[in-house]
Design a protein around this ligand. Structure first.
Ligand code: GRF
Length: 212
């Protein structure tokens, strides 16, 4: 089986990258991580890639005069690698419309909330503030809008009395590490596709739900 070539974009610790690396070691895994790019030189995820013998580079966004020149340089770096799928894993840059449209349909992200609730930042504090009792994470296709792309999969967690944002972040992160490998495998294997701005799974509209 030819494995899908995956390029992972990171900005920080790379715990999601690590789970994708670990899952890629399974014999039935439908993907291989061929490259990692960070926009931050200090990202520990770069060390994780190095330890896994995966080529990794930093493209420091601070070295560019504006967003569009960073986006163009990143697109050039990506195109040299020829990935089948681009995976945001804690990648904290908002990319411009030209960049996103170049890769739309083969670029995905994981967000720490049950979208469409709580797009953007500080999701755990906002969930607590809103008084919701169920929270979680979402894997979705990347589109020009922030955290608006069609949903590929979700995993839910309870919010418990007395939870702090850190308690919630830790509980959600455990589910992210289950959800992301499952969703990347579904996309890489062709089970999950983007069809007319909707996710189709196994030939029908729908996505992955990880419960419990
Ligand atoms: C994760 O909570 C992810 O949902 C968000 O960034 C956080 C850190 O991810 N996008 P990682 O540990 O760097 O993978």
């Amino acid at each position: 089986m030819t494995k899908a070539r995956i390029l992972v974009l990171i900005s920080g610790g790379g715990s999601n990258l690590q789970t994708l690396i670990d899952a890629s070691r399974q014999p039935d895994c439908a993907y291989e991580i061929v490259h990692v790019i960070s926009n931050r030189p200090e990202a520990y995820g770069l060390s994780r890639a190095e330890q896994a013998h995966i080529p990794a580079r930093c493209l420091d966004h601070k070295a560019f005069k504006d967003r569009s020149s960073f986006d163009a340089a990143l697109a050039q770096m990506i195109d040299e690698v020829r990935p089948d799928l681009i995976v945001y894993a804690g990648f904290m840059r908002i990319m411009g419309a030209d960049f996103v449209s170049r890769y739309e349909g083969r670029m995905i992200n994981i967000h720490p909330s049950l979208l469409p609730n709580f797009p953007g930042l500080h999701t755990h504090a906002r969930a607590l503030e809103a008084g919701v009792t169920i929270h979680g994470c979402t894997v979705h296709w990347v589109t020009a809008g922030v955290d608006e792309g069609a949903i590929i999969g979700q995993a839910a967690v309870p919010i418990l009395p007395g939870d702090t944002p850190d308690d919630l972040a830790a509980r959600v992160l455990v589910q992210e590490h289950r959800l992301y490998p499952a969703c990347v495998q579904a996309v890489a294997s062709g089970r999950a596709k983007l069809v007319d701005c909707r996710t189709w799974l196994d030939g029908r509209p729908g996505g992955l739900a990880l419960l419990g």
